[in-house]
Design a protein around this ligand. Structure first.
Ligand SMILES: Nc1ncnc2c1ncn2[C@@H]1O[C@H](COP(=O)(O)OP(=O)(O)OP(=O)(O)O)[C@@H](O)[C@H]1O
Length: 563
């Protein structure tokens, strides 16, 4: 059994290692060393996760609960903890500092002394599991007690990492890419095969265990499973139709519906729906569940589509309306009546026991059409196979006239590539340059807006280090109503508060329009946006979708060419 102390020591070394290759080697060493039961846990912990992202288990610990647990463990007040946060600016250091006071000042917490600590990795995980399983009245107190137990049983080397993992903010620079390569190195399976298995299973813990136990063959045989989401295939932007046509020759052209992505799993009468972020949204969309149950002629299937919120004339409603449906947890039936949806299906990955990923799109399409009875709730819309530029223009204009976003231009011969943003799917919509950036901080307002968070700090992603790099703030484009909604949304994601500034766990994506990208020494990314304004809160996207620093650089260069 590996102690949590060993894990904490490894994290400390990794944290102090600058190069991603060295980091990968250290993570590989850690994965090799732990026991088979510990392996999936460590695989997630090292990325600052507790459960696989799509799992229905969630720890549900925010700053409030964490501060209370630290305060109780240290015999301090929550205000004292906030004061330490202000000094250190980091939740891990805060935990260490708060509890150090205890170990030096009050002998009663003798378990805090290093030599007494023997927490194992699995014990920490089991406590987190217990925390995630508390619900209803009294759950807050119970979460605090469980965390308190961990803090009081841990040594000073460990508390910082326990605090950070409890809010899923480990920040040692290890992301999915490094873990994928580390699994490959530790268990001698090619990295692209680990990647493929990950895209199909969405669970690096499972992939690591499989690689260790069964090697390359076992990893290759990991495949689709009903009720476990696969990564969505994604599209690249095409600058123009003729470029797309010269890339593809003949193309399969479909409307790009203005809604939100849904992946549908059908196993008999059991229907499960996943969002673009692969969250289970089945309970929010009972009308879609019903429509799938009644109109799909298949014993089992995995399907891909876009749910669109429609008005009384059948035209798409604002994007925020569809998100209201996706987020809704209560009164789902009345919301379904207020905001009716239509599900446009455009792909199929699995049918009656057969995996279809490697079939060409045109053949998958045939199978899709064969099992869907199109009606007013569910539909397989027209797909045009053409190499005629004028025809594509016509389809595009029709799509825009109908209130949709533009068109998708697909390679008719392409397989379904989970998680890939390649040239087999191209998208074309009217130009408005926007960036999907993640919110990492905010400011409490003043005057009329003191109780609202505003002036949101935005960041792009650096895939080499796994870090989020600031690119500026967005403070315009918000209504009071929206600020109230956002304040509520962010309240669970506050990591630290210093003065009126708050640090926010990177989770929520803003789609931001701007005048221009500028070079800037004020932000760590080296870039800033001129006149940024909020276009949409992209609750349908996850942090893997945040623009990379490379993309910002690219856009900056293109813009310089143009001017
Ligand atoms: N016919 C269609 N085929 C594929 N995707 C479609 C179709 N109609 C609408 N879509 C939507 O368009 C998206 C394709 O663009 P992309 O893969 O880049 O996703 P995205 O990052 O969500 O992009 P966007 O911000 O343009 O919606 C899909 O994720 C899906 O939600």
């Amino acid at each position: 059994m590996t102690s949590f102390k060993e894990f904490a020591r490894a994290c400390k070394v990794i944290e102090g290692t600058p190069g991603s290759l060295d980091m990968t080697a250290l993570v590989a060493e850690l994965l090799e060393k732990v026991s088979p039961e510990e392996l999936p846990v460590v695989t997630h912990f090292v990325m600052g996760e507790i459960f696989p992202a799509w799992s229905s288990e969630e720890i549900g610990v925010g700053a409030g609960i964490l501060y209370s647990a630290l305060a109780k463990s240290a015999g301090l007040s929550v205000a004292d903890i906030k004061e330490i946060v202000r000094e250190t600016g980091d939740i891990g250091k805060t935990a260490v500092k708060a509890l150090e006071k205890v170990s030096t000042g009050q002998a009663t917490f003798s378990s805090f002394m290093e030599e007494n600590s023997d927490l194992s990795i699995l014990e920490v995980f089991e406590r987190f599991q217990a925390i995630s399983r508390t619900s209803g009245k009294g759950s807050q107190t119970s979460k605090i007690k469980n965390l308190q137990y961990l803090f009081n049983s841990a040594s000073s080397e460990e508390v910082g990492y326990i605090a950070r993992i409890s809010v899923e903010e480990l920040r040692i620079g290890v992301g999915e890419g490094i873990v994928r390569d580390a699994i490959s190195k530790a268990f001698d399976v090619p990295s692209d095969e680990i990647e493929r298995a990950f895209m199909l299973t969405n669970d690096l813990g499972l992939v690591a265990v499989t690689a260790r136990e069964g090697g390359r063959d076992a990893v290759q045989s990991l495949g689709l499973e009903l009720n476990r989401p696969i990564r969505m295939m994604l599209a690249q932007v095409t600058p123009d139709f003729d470029v797309a046509l010269s890339d593809l020759g003949t193309a399969a052209v479909e409307w790009k519906f203005d809604g939100a992505r849904v992946q549908i799993h059908k196993e008999g009468d059991n229907i499960t729906l996943f969002s673009r972020r692969l969250e289970n949204i089945t309970n929010s969309l009972p009308d879609i569940v019903e429509a799938v149950r009644e109109n799909i002629d298949a014993e089992s299937a995995i399907l891909d589509g876009e749910a669109v919120a429609i008005d009384e004339n059948g035209r798409p409603r604002a994007f925020q309306d569809i998100l209201k449906r996706f987020r809704r947890k209560y009164d789902v039936h009345s919301t379904a009546r207020e905001i009716p949806l239509i599900l446009n299906l455009f792909d199929i990955m699995y049918l009656n026991g057969e995996e279809l990923l490697d079939l060409p799109l045109v053949q998958r399409r045939g199978k899709l059409e064969g099992c869907v009875r199109s009606g007013d709730k569910i539909k397989v819309d027209t797909q045009y196979i053409t190499d005629d530029l004028d025809k594509i223009m016509e389809i595009y204009n029709d799509a825009l006239k109908a209130g949709h976003e533009g068109v998708m231009i697909k390679n008719p011969q392409s397989p379904y590539s989970p998680g890939k943003r390649g040239k087999n799917w191209l998208k074309k919509k009217p130009v408005m340059e926007t960036l999907d950036l993640v919110v990492i901080g905010a400011e409490w307002g003043y005057g009329r807006r003191t109780s609202f968070l505003g002036s949101y700090a935005l960041a792009c992603h650096d895939p080499d280090t796994g870090r989020f790099l600031p690119v500026g703030r967005v403070a315009t484009g918000f209504s009071d109503e929206q600020l109230a909604e956002l304040t509520e949304l962010f309240s669970d994601l506050i990591v630290t508060e210093v003065g009126t500034g708050v640090e926010i766990k990177p989770e929520i994506i803003f789609e931001v329009a701007f005048e221009e990208i500028q070079k800037s020494v004020n932000y760590e990314s080296g870039y800033a946006l001129r006149f940024p304004r909020l276009v949409n809160v992209r609750s349908d996207k996850s942090i893997e979708d945040v623009e990379t620093i490379g993309r910002l650089e690219e856009m900056y260069l293109v813009q310089r060419e143009r001017n």
